[in-house]
Design a protein around this ligand. Structure first.
Ligand SMILES: [Zn+2]
Ligand SMILES: [Zn+2]
Length: 289
């Protein structure tokens, strides 16, 4: 099918809305009609250049929520009409890391930095060129194809913008407080930064704001004096075990997610979003698809 989606042709180049050919899903894949998407700082890094992303042209976006349009012939856990969020890390619940209880870095369904599906091919092309899918999600598109093992089903009553926030930014902050810093009620903490990640951990987490720099300097003296530096992916959350807990809390309105939702743009006007993000009152930009 021909759809519209956001493409970055080369690192540092302006994002363009292009006509994209999206193939049907293969056996273990699902094609989604995207409902809503949002912007996370990693998207900006992938456009401006980061050692993590080395492949272009790139179909952008990794936060979002969609409805299942069609499924591959071995997919049993999802059907047409299910509401789902793509995740860039899976959870097989069987590998050494999944059963360790100490890591969310599933060895069976790891983060994919190649921009390709598990068979090392792509489901998107544009002007005769294969497109890579950012983190195998490519959510700034009207339709996308995702491996079923990187999808989480959610309650269709959930606000689509909020569902999009929990697919990365908000959950990363909340998970960092809950799973990594293990902050308890009454803890004194400092939060660096005022994005959705930091506000997701508001009042509860200790975070180190490292910005876009690939390295941080850390002296020996603080280390031998007991300081620690902790990093995590998706705030240490497991996609199958933990994201549904966060989704449930969202439905019960335990988080003020509406406060993060400061701006909205149409997919066709995506360049407006990059300007909005420079404004001090901008936390989350929702992309209406
Ligand atoms: Zn993100
Ligand atoms: Zn695993």
């Amino acid at each position: 099918m021909e759809i519209s989606g956001a493409v970055c042709w080369k690192v540092g180049e302006a994002v363009k809305i292009e006509e994209i050919q999206v193939d049907p899903p293969k056996a273990n894949e699902v094609r989604l009609k995207m409902l809503s998407s949002s912007i996370c700082h990693t998207d900006i890094s992938s456009i401006q250049g980061t050692p993590m992303i080395q492949f272009y042209p790139l179909a952008l976006g990794h936060e979002g929520v969609g409805v299942v349009e069609s499924v591959g012939n071995t997919v049993k856990s999802m059907k047409e009409g299910d509401m789902v969020i793509p995740t860039y890390i899976g959870e097989c619940q069987e590998c050494e890391n999944c059963i360790s209880g100490k890591s969310n870095l599933c060895l069976t369904y790891p983060r994919r930095f190649t921009g390709l599906m598990s068979d090392n091919t792509s489901r998107m092309s544009c002007r005769g060129q294969r497109l890579c899918h950012l983190f195998s999600c490519a959510t700034w598109s009207e339709y996308t194809v995702v491996d079923v093992n990187y999808l989480v089903k959610i309650d269709p009553s959930m606000n689509p913008a909020h569902a999009s926030f929990i697919s990365c930014g908000f959950s990363t902050g909340y998970g960092a407080a809950w799973k990594e810093a293990r902050v308890k009620k009454g803890s004194s903490v400092t939060v660096f930064g005022l994005g959705a990640v930091e506000l997701g951990g508001s009042g509860k987490t200790i975070m180190l704001g490292v910005g876009a720099e690939p390295y941080v300097s850390l002296g020996v003296l603080p280390i031998i004096s007991g300081r620690t530096l902790k990093g995590s992916v998706l705030g240490g959350l497991k996609s199958i075990s933990d994201l549904p807990i966060i989704a449930d809390k969202c439905i019960k309105q335990e988080f003020p997610l509406e406060e993060l939702f400061t701006h909205e743009v149409q997919l066709t006007n995506i360049e407006e979003a990059f300007e909005l993000l420079k404004q001090p009152n901008c936390v989350k930009v929702v992309i209406k698809i």
